[in-house]
Design a protein around this ligand. Structure first.
Ligand SMILES: Nc1ncnc2c1ncn2[C@@H]1O[C@H](COP(=O)(O)OP(=O)(O)OP(=O)(O)O)[C@@H](O)[C@H]1O
Length: 760
């Protein structure tokens, strides 16, 4: 049964009887008062024109009108979701803002429910947003489940029937026993039995002093309301008790009354078109009732023509300055309703939870911890609904980094290379030497990775001429080959021991290397290997040739290791790009989804601030991030030996900050786009942009100036540089002493050595 026990029979009560039950309701006591209101989505062309409305406390006020009449727009202004362009409005004694959300219940036209939550989780979430304590929420869930005949609370919203979903949405609006209940077409698409149940329930609520504003397409159901307001094309045609209106225009049904008012309105427009475009504020019209022959003189209050809005503003500027901050803070209507609520048998002031010290404090004006926690908990519950997705979400960054670490772990090896050695060597009583063979042997075993860099094909395939080798490189069988000439040993010894400058001799001491230069990274590795092998041979030969003479450069590491690895360059950056991109992707998709479901507006109506929602998103995403980092860092540091030489806490902080930046980007994308697909495309674009130009895969120094400017404006570029510095710097910074410590060291070094500087 829908009706609660004390509500039986209340649906049969008339307005006066209900008013009596409520106690002393003064006629001047209105929960909603609107005068001369202009509003809509276009500031220059307001859709709502000259709206005047009086909604009495404890009454049912029905807004009637065809589709796109402006009913929802009026409700949004009352809820504080939309600012009026001009005019006066007072809701529950105050200028409407979403901060009044705890006193207002709102059931949007769309269901606006998270499909992945259960009924219980949904009601608990909204209860927390409305400042209720857990025990009270549970009590109310029990009462509402019985009253509204809801399925068990563990049922998922997505598994409910259309009617059950609508009743759940209704329960959310009713959960905190609001003073003003705003229902936007609660009966649309609902079967007649459920429609009757909803009306019975709301009639019962008015007995407790709850004011109901309801919009509907079904004109005849509004006959049960206390007041009805006909809306069309953003204007109010007339308002009043339904039976009074029918009597006033002498029609037997509300439908006929509404049609008549619409006809009169259209006729007035025609008259304006043909006669003049002058301002018409009040139109007197005569209605000759054809059915009974009565003649009634009716006054239809019609607002100013929208074209004359500017003219009106000039005439009466005070009427249009509602957007001034002064007026927003001090509404023109003096609130009486607060005190008068005391007379009700439904005392909302006592029901309101007392504010904690924190809530009274300055910061609480911006955010409320319980609301942040509720938002975060709700998001975690949704994530837990998809365990596989959650699992993948946590381990995928780890897998990407693991694959990347494996791929970048070593320099290239097993490069197909051939040594065409024609060196005849030198044979003297003192020395027997073939430098060509020495080079071949050195290159064969030279390695910086798990295997020798060169896969020397000399043993497998025999190439008999330089022409054959040239063709082999062109056909892709070899990456390259080296030609060591006949007198290489002799020429080399002559050149280096006797410092000969003979041109022919120098030419003979040079080994020509032919390479497929299309693969730049491999070429760099080959060059490095050849260079190192030659240095090694020279040191070994003990022919009086020192390493320095052969290669007069000696590289020493200030930061990093003497043999640099690509993984130390790419992995820190990859971690930051992943942290940024995942946060961006998850946040943007989440926000767009909430927008599409319509839950964002519903959340705001509960008085939840934007900061509460944003901090809820950030805290949930940070939780996911920490789980991701918990897998990712051990893989990089322990699995692949990329040591963090600097302060690890700073490294984590860097990842957290870049993730928060990603979330901010995600919020921006989420608010700008209207579809999940768009959010996905934007997120992917950002991911690839960051991956390619943030200096992670190739140094920023290689970019042209214009691209470097773009790159330097990307947050991931700075984060990548910082993470690489932290991981390779031997300089350790104590987080507690922080920058002070760094400055002190810097000053000390500059003073003592006059040249060393540590720039952090
Ligand atoms: N977000 C929006 N941005 C711009 N215009 C809008 C927006 N929402 C509604 N409108 C326009 O405002 C006008 C009034 O719409 P509103 O939703 O108030 O009508 P309604 O009477 O509630 O209709 P329905 O009964 O079909 O829900 C329509 O012309 C609509 O196109």
């Amino acid at each position: 049964m829908i009706l609660s026990s004390d509500s039986k029979g209340s649906e049969n009560l008339g307005i006066d009887e209900r008013t009596h039950l409520l106690g002393s309701i003064d006629d001047s006591e209105y929960h909603v008062k609107i005068d001369n209101l202009y509003g809509g989505y276009d500031v220059l062309d307001p859709f709502l024109k000259n709206i005047r409305m009086r909604v009495k406390r404890g009454h049912i006020y029905s807004l009637l009108g065809p589709s796109a009449a402006g009913k929802t727009t009026i409700l949004k202004i009352i809820l504080g979701l939309l600012r009026p362009i001009s005019g006066k409005i007072e809701v529950l004694g105050n200028t409407p803002t979403i901060k009044q959300g705890e006193r207002i219940g709102y059931m949007p036209q769309d269901l606006s429910l998270y499909q992945e939550l259960t009924i219980g989780q949904t009601l608990y979430f909204y209860g927390k947003l409305m400042g209720m304590c857990s025990s009270l929420i549970n009590k109310r869930i029990k009462v509402l489940s019985e009253t509204l005949d809801l399925p068990p609370k563990k049922f998922l919203i997505s598994n409910l029937s259309g009617g059950q979903k609508r009743r759940t949405s209704f329960a959310v609006a009713m959960l905190h026993e609001p003073e003003l209940l705003i229902l936007d077409e609660p009966t649309v698409g609902v079967d007649p039995i459920l429609r009757e149940k909803i009306w019975k329930y709301i009639r019962d609520l008015t007995k407790k002093g709850v004011t109901i504003m309801i919009t509907t397409h079904y004109i005849e159901e509004a006959i049960d309301g206390d007041s009805v307001c006909f809306v069309r094309n953003g204007e109010i045609l007339d308002e009043g008790p339904p039976r009074d209106l029918m009597e006033k225009y002498n029609f037997g049904t509300l439908e006929k009354t509404f049609c008549f008012l619409c006809q009169q309105r259209d006729n007035r427009f025609k008259a304006v078109d043909t006669e003049s475009n002058s301002l018409i504020e009040t139109t007197q019209f005569e209605h000759n009732n054809m059915t009974n022959g009565n003649q009634n003189n009716c006054v239809l209050n019609i607002g100013p023509d929208e074209n004359n809005l500017e003219e009106l503003k000039k005439k009466d500027p005070h009427q249009f300055n509602w957007t001034d901050s002064e007026n927003i803070e001090n509404p023109r209507f003096v609130s009486e309703s607060e005190d008068k609520n005391e007379h009700h048998n439904y005392n909302w002031k006592k029901k309101r939870k007392k504010k904690t010290k924190f809530e009274k404090a300055f910061l609480s004006r911006f955010f409320t911890p319980t609301k942040i926690f509720a938002n975060s908990k709700m998001k975690c519950e949704i994530l837990l609904r998809f365990p596989l997705v959650l699992f993948l979400l946590i381990i995928i960054p780890g897998i990407i980094v693991w694959i990347a670490s494996t791929a970048f772990a070593h320099d290239p090896y097993h490069i197909s290379f051939y040594i065409f050695n024609e060196d005849e060597g030198v044979k003297t009583p003192n020395v027997t030497l073939n430098v060509g063979d020495e080079i071949t042997a050195a290159l064969k075993k030279f390695q910086t990775g798990p295997s020798p860099i060169f896969d020397l094909r000399n043993g497998e395939t025999q190439y008999n001429s330089l022409a054959e080798l040239w063709d082999a490189v062109r056909m892709g069988d070899l990456i390259g080959y080296m030609h060591i000439k006949k007198e290489f040993s002799y020429a080399s010894i002559e050149r280096f021991t006797k410092c000969s400058t003979n041109k022919t001799l120098i030419e003979k001491s040079i080994a020509d290397v032919y390479l497929d230069m299309s693969n730049m990274e491999i070429i760099v590795s080959i060059e490095k290997a050849l260079e190192n092998s030659f240095v090694e041979i020279c040191a070994k030969l003990e022919q009086g040739i020192s390493t320095k003479e052969f290669l007069p450069i000696d590289l020493k590491a200030v930061y990093g290791t003497p043999v640099p690895s690509f993984k130390t360059f790419v992995l820190p950056s990859l971690i930051m790009v992943i942290s940024f991109s995942f946060a961006l992707f998850l946040t943007s998709i989440g926000v767009v989804r909430e927008k599409i479901l319509g839950v964002i507006e519903r959340i705001f109506v509960t008085g939840t601030s934007t900061l509460d929602v944003v901090l809820g998103i950030i805290s949930t995403n940070l939780l996911t991030l920490f789980l991701q980092l918990g897998i990712l860092f051990p893989i990089v540091i322990y699995g692949f030996g990329v040591k963090c030489e600097g302060n690890f806490v700073l490294l984590v902080l860097d990842a957290v900050l870049i993730a928060i930046t990603g979330m901010s980007g995600g919020l921006l994308i989420g608010f700008l786009v209207g579809h999940e697909f768009e959010a996905m495309v934007f997120s992917f674009c950002f991911f690839f942009l960051n991956l390619s130009i943030s200096g992670g895969s190739w140094p920023n120094e290689a970019q042209p100036a214009w691209l470097r400017t773009i790159s330097m404006s990307l947050p991931t570029t700075h984060s990548s540089l910082l993470s690489r510095s932290i991981m390779t710097f031997t300089f350790k910074i104590d987080l507690n002493l922080g920058i002070l410590h760094a400055i002190r060291l810097d000053v000390a070094l500059v003073q003592e050595e006059k040249k060393a500087r540590i720039i952090f």
